[in-house]
Every structure is written in structure tokens, then in C-alpha cells.
Ligand binder design. Structure first.
Ligand code: TRP
Ligand code: SF4
Length: 443
């Protein structure tokens, strides 16, 4: 099993994906760190994570953290794209600072688009809709990949330590792969990691994405760890801090020890010959805090001391015709800027988990778990968890028939789209200010 970020495969069995790739499941205590967890988290649409504990620790400790994600602008925004944006908006309200890449480099490299075309789409579709969904664009969270020199510089730097066999194992790249395409994951790693290079320094960064992006997350986490000066790990003697290079070991350990003492850790054991320092009786929560602390002191002589990012993964919406929801196949998706009437017509034609006849459906019930209309309720239009549970139960027990179920969903969808349209008009004048300026290009 391989995940291809640029492919068109659909994913059905999320539990199996988790297992195959070591993606962790959320526990109730994870979601509970947020006072008002977003429905997508509560309802399991966001089905797994890597290293979310790091973020949870920052939220609990009121420490700084960031949310960072990106979008490849290659088509119109549909309901599937709305999920990540909503998650970003929710986390912004939870106190995270926000950075959002408009992946024009990736669209040029992987989709053969011109810079002009992808940037126009980015403004019109992504930025405008994000603001309408409630994003505060005040400090210009969006930027274009090709317009941010420090991202590109970081990508060049990372390219110095990533080899072809790593990339082809992760992405199935072959001899035919164009180099710009091969460069795209490095630019994305730079997107994710560059936020920690600002004056606030190393901190937990949450990257909410669809599970197709997991290879990029794994690559980025490996790159971050590779550039660290110290490894911080759980050992049977407590948390171990291990210096990686052979030079300057004493200085590294001294700075580490001083920083740990200043933070109130006193049960320390240094082992200079093993390039190690043990924080005895430290717990898993300490582990995360110590890792942040060490990354910060590494900055003393390593500007690329960066924490591994955390990620959450959401399920994909099934297209209205089964299969994938895709911008390039209008009958499969509902665009955020769709006219109400057009959206409702698509919904009427959608496949369902219903039975061949009303009689049969009343008798044995239908299959909400296989129904794109149910997904519409689950991901977007159910007004409350109780309402969602009613839809599910009524469907399953045959009390609900598909025709009326679709018209109920259609009504809710109409509200959603009409409200969104209104908010788009209200925020239109804020679009340009939400994008960080790019320097002039000469190509
Ligand atoms: N590859 C992502 C996509 O296809 C876009 C992207 C670019 C991104 N940079 C990112 C996603 C950084 C998360 C983080 O949509
Ligand atoms: Fe889907 Fe609704 Fe029909 Fe159930 S009743 S299968 S949820 S359309």
C-alpha cells in the first residue's frame, strides 16, 4: 500500500491506513484539550494524527503553537476543501498563530499550470472563501510559495540532505519524474518548517491535511529530526538528551543542563563520554516540553533546530457519484460558490446507500455508512450531533427514505451556500490584505 499525494485514489478503510502507516487514533482526552472542539474532530472526520500530544501539551500549558497548512490552487474550492479551512479557523480561535501556503510552485510543478493561472485561482477561490469561512486575515497569513524567499532557501538547503531513493520510496518517483515535481515535497517541507524560523522560535506546529499528504508529513518530520543537534528520547533512566555531533559536546551539555535547571528539573545525570544527559523521573509530558526547550537552546549555534511538526488527517468526502470528489468533475462535487439551484440538482442525482424500492428500505433499512448524502450531513449540514444521530438511526432502521432525506439535506445546503455567499460579499475587500506581499518576479 502506498499513498500518492498527486494520485486519484480514494481511501475507504481508514483504520487500515492508520495501521499501515503508524498514524495514531485520537483519544477522547486529545479532543478535550479544546474547550469547544470542532464537529469534524468530535465526529471522527478527523480520524488520526501524528504527534498531536505535542500540540495538546502546548494548548494545556498555554504555550505558543501554530497551525500551518497549504493548498495547491488548481481548481474551484469544493466542500471537501472546506474541512481543512474550518479546522484552521477553529484553531486560530483556540489561540494558534496561522500560516497558509498557496502552493503555486507545486501547481506549476505537478499540474503544469502557469503562475498567473494558479495565483488567480488562489486569490479568488482559496483566500476569499477562507475569509468567508471566518479566517482572520488581519496579519496576512497567506503567502505564495514562489514569493517567499526564505521558504525557497530552506528547500534548497533541505535538498542537500535528501536523496533520490528516499523520494522514490515515498512517492514512487521514476526516471521520468521532472525535477520540479521532485522538488515540490522539499518546498512543502520548507513551508511547514519555516514558521519556526521566526522570532518566536521552535514550537509545536499542527498541520491539518487530508491523509493523502502523509508522505510529506513523514518526510518533513524526518528532515526536522535530521537537522537537530540533540535527540530527546524516553529511556529507562527518564528522558535522555543525546548530543549528535562529536564536536562541542561539553558546551551542548552545559547549555542543556543550565536550561533544564532553570526550568526546575533537578534530578539530572550527565554522562559526557556518552554525550548524554538524563532527566530522571521525567514523564512523557516532560519529554515534549524538554524537546521544545532543547530545540530552543540549540538555536545558540544551529539556526535549523526545528521541532518535528504534528499533523491531523481528515477523511475524504466521497463524490456525489461514488468515487472521489474532484474539482475537475463538476458532477461529483459541490463548490462553495455554487448557485443553490445547481447544487440541489446535483444532490438530487447523487447516489445513496438506499435500497432498490421504498418497500424494501422500510423493511430492512438503508446504509448510511455507504451514502454520500449522509456524509453531507456528517461533514457539513447536520445542525447538531443529536440531529446527525437521528438521521443515522432513521436511515438504518428504514424510517427515512432517500427522497425526503435528500430534500432535507438540500434545504440545509441552500442555507449554507446562501450564508456563505453573503459572507463572501462582506469580506471581498479584505482579500488582498490577507496575502503577504511577494517581491516582484522577473520570470
Ligand atoms: N501539497 C498540498 C496539496 O496538494 C499543498 C501544500 C503545500 C501543503 N504546502 C503545504 C499542505 C504545507 C500542508 C502544508 O494540497
Ligand atoms: Fe442516504 Fe438518506 Fe437514503 Fe439514508 S435515507 S441512504 S442517509 S439518502
Amino acid at each position: 500500500m502506498q499513498i500518492d499525494p498527486w494520485g486519484s485514489s480514494t481511501y475507504q478503510d481508514y483504520a487500515r491506513l492508520r495501521e499501515a502507516f503508524g498514524i495514531e487514533a485520537f483519544g477522547p482526552e486529545d479532543v478535550a484539550v479544546f474547550r469547544d472542539p470542532h464537529p469534524l474532530l468530535r465526529r471522527g472526520v478527523v480520524f488520526g494524527h501524528r504527534d498531536f500530544g505535542r500540540v495538546a501539551a502546548a494548548v494545556r500549558g498555554h504555550d505558543p503553537w501554530s497551525v500551518m497548512t497549504g493548498f495547491m490552487p488548481s481548481g474551484r474550492l469544493h466542500l471537501g476543501h472546506k474541512m481543512v479551512l474550518e479546522q484552521v479557523v477553529a484553531h486560530q480561535k483556540h489561540g494558534a498563530s496561522v500560516a497558509l501556503a498557496l502552493a503555486d510552485f507545486e501547481a506549476m510543478a505537478a499540474r503544469n499550470m502557469t503562475r498567473q493561472a494558479t495565483q488567480d485561482l488562489a486569490r479568488r477561490e482559496y483566500v476569499h472563501n477562507a475569509l468567508a469561512l471566518g479566517l482572520d486575515g488581519g496579519d496576512a497569513p497567506f503567502y505564495f510559495q514562489t514569493g517567499r524567499r526564505r521558504v525557497l532557501d530552506l528547500a534548497y538547503l533541505f535538498a542537500g540532505r535528501v536523496n533520490w531513493s528516499t523520494l522514490s520510496a515515498l512517492y514512487g518517483f521514476s526516471g521520468e519524474t521532472r525535477l520540479a515535481h521532485a522538488m515540490a515535497p522539499l518546498v512543502q517541507a520548507a513551508d511547514i518548517l519555516h514558521v519556526q524560523m521566526d522570532q518566536d522560535g521552535p514550537r509545536p506546529v499542527l498541520v491539518p491535511v487530508g491523509v493523502d499528504q502523509d508522505p510529506h508529513i513523514r518526510l518533513t518530520r524526518d528532515i526536522a529530526q535530521d537537522w537537530r543537534t540533540m535527540n530527546v528520547q524516553m529511556t529507562d533512566q527518564g528522558v535522555g538528551v543525546f548530543v549528535k555531533p562529536d564536536e562541542g559536546v561539553k558546551g551542548h551539555l552545559e547549555r542543556a543542563e543550565a536550561a533544564l535547571r532553570a526550568e526546575g528539573y533537578s534530578d539530572l545525570k550527565r554522562h559526557d563520554a556518552y554525550k548524554a544527559l538524563y532527566v530522571r523521573s521525567a514523564t512523557a509530558t516532560d519529554l515534549r516540553r524538554i524537546d521544545v526547550l532543547m530545540a530552543r537552546i540549540e538555536r545558540h549555534d544551529n539556526p535549523h533546530a526545528l521541532l518535528r511538526p504534528s499533523a491531523t488527517f481528515h477523511r475524504f468526502m466521497t463524490g456525489l457519484q461514488g468515487g472521489k470528489m474532484s474539482s475537475s468533475r463538476p458532477e461529483t462535487s459541490i463548490y462553495l460558490t455554487e448557485e443553490v439551484k445547481a447544487a440541489q440538482d446535483k444532490l438530487k442525482r447523487a447516489v445513496t446507500g438506499g435500497r432498490a424500492s421504498a418497500e424494501e428500505q422500510r423493511r430492512i433499512g438503508a446504509e448510511p455508512d455507504k451514502c454520500p448524502v449522509y456524509e453531507l450531513y456528517l461533514y457539513h449540514v447536520a445542525e447538531s450531533d443529536a440531529h446527525l444521530a437521528t438521521v443515522y438511526d432513521e436511515c438504518k432502521t428504514g424510517k427515512r427514505l432517500c427522497g425526503s432525506c435528500k430534500s432535507e439535506a438540500g434545504g440545509l445546503l441552500a442555507n449554507l451556500l446562501a450564508g456563505h455567499k453573503e459572507r463572501r460579499d462582506e469580506v471581498e475587500h479584505l482579500v488582498d490584505a490577507a496575502i503577504a506581499p511577494s517581491p516582484a518576479h522577473n520570470s
